[in-house]
Design a protein around this ligand. Structure first.
Ligand SMILES: Nc1nc2c(c(=O)[nH]1)N[C@H]1C(S)=C(S)[C@@H](COP(=O)(O)O)O[C@H]1N2
Ligand SMILES: [Mo]
Length: 196
């Protein structure tokens, strides 16, 4: 009995440590989309980085895959209170896509279908954000943002724009879709930065 209760205790503590306040664990992968699922072929897909000077740098699907692809294992936290631990992704670090982008401390990430979200540039760099093209060893499913989505797991998951199409560099922080509808401008799950 002693061994069993210590075992359960240890397991509970480990996931508790990784579970931000007010969150519960889920094993499935819920789909949360504000509108219909856009269907974007990899032939038509591109990622655009638009600088403060208006210069637009673009990567096709093939050009994205010429950049280093990384395997990422990370926990994700939705503002609707589910968290999923140890999710496995493959993607290209935003460090590569923002390296030559010029000035601008803020970004507005935009998606096929019109979704936008704001993320400070510093949160997209330093190996903390990716354009993800695979989930769990498979091409990313359309309902989860395929062919490619942003993955920025240290903030609530609404910042991880599905069907990502690019980002604008900005001088000032500007609210995106959910942020205009009452969600927090930053969204730190450890500080429960859910709404305004
Ligand atoms: N383009 C787009 N990206 C989006 C959303 C959306 O509605 N449209 N929903 C966000 C929210 S609120 C969450 S929790 C996650 C959900 O991703 P999932 O459907 O893969 O679980 O995507 C985020 N990215
Ligand atoms: Mo969400």
């Amino acid at each position: 009995m002693g061994v069993i209760s210590r075992g359960f205790g240890a397991r509970r503590r480990e996931s508790d440590d990784r579970l931000p306040p007010g969150q519960y664990l889920t094993e499935d992968f819920p789909v949360l989309s504000a509108g219909p699922t856009p269907r974007v072929s990899t032939d038509a897909w591109e990622f655009a980085v638009v600088g403060l000077d208006g210069i637009r740098r673009t990567w096709s699907w093939a050009q994205l895959h010429d950049l280093p692809l990384e395997d990422i294992t990370t926990d994700i936290h939705c503002v609707t209170r589910w968290s999923k631990l140890g999710t496995r992704w493959r993607g290209v670090s935003l460090d590569h896509l923002l390296a030559d982008a010029g000035d601008g401390d803020y970004t507005r990430v935009f998606s096929y279908g019109g979704y936008t979200t704001n993320v400070p540039r510093a949160d997209l760099t330093g190996g903390r954000a990716w354009v993800a093209v695979e989930f769990d060893g498979e091409p990313l499913a359309a309902e989860h943002g395929g062919p490619a989505r942003l993955l920025v797991p240290h903030v609530y998951f609404w910042k991880s724009a599905k069907w990502v199409h690019g980002l604008d560099l900005l001088e000032k922080d500007e609210p995106g879709f959910w942020e205009q509808n009452g969600y927090n401008m930053y969204g730190d799950p450890w500080k429960e930065e859910r709404y305004w």
